[in-house]
Design a protein around this ligand. Sequence first.
Ligand code: MN
Length: 232
Amino acid sequence: MTEFVFPPPSPPSVAVAGSTARFPVRRIFCVGRNYAAHAREMGRDPDREPPFFFTKPADAVVDDGVTIPYPPLTENLHYEGELVVAIGEGGRDISVDNAAAHIWGYAIGNDLTRRDLQFAARELGRPWDWGKAFDNSAVCGPVHPVAQSGHYTKGRIATLVNGSIRQEADIADLIWSVAEVISILSTSVVLRPGDLIYTGTPAGVGPLVAGDLCEVEIEGLGRLTTRIGPAG
Ligand code: MN
């Protein structure tokens, strides 16, 4: 048995719908610009760009219903409502046709973003990490097991701030489908059980300030609720 110099932390995890057991999170991958209208609002041409990925630390994951302190170093925290795919069976070079068999379940996510830091990094040709991969930046609702709920290839996705709709689209509008994202990602890394994939956000991203209530809804998956607290 391995001896550690201090007790290792228990793995980050997210809730599972209808169960007390939790889904252990191994890694968090995110797709950039996967809805055409959002790519345009970010100043990019959505048409010919292959999907690209960034990551967040697994321990950035936050459950539904948690109040998140307004993060440091930013004056422009943004919500990004997204469909999240939870991988249950690993693999490399997964074909589009086989991708669904690797999915354990689906969840609603909020890819919280320090937009000012992301844009500054983009401007300077530096990594996005400080804009994307900060503490509490990966909000994730309960995972709905495929075994019970099936697959989500279409359905309304919406983000509300203090009750007003800011993003509204359909999962079917993804430029790169969930199966294509899994296939392409698995050519670059070996996917493992516990990996989460945030599949990209629709148009309408915008700021959150302390006191805001942010809700993301996906048809069939319910609602993910996050309150932004004071800095801390
Ligand atoms: Mn995103």
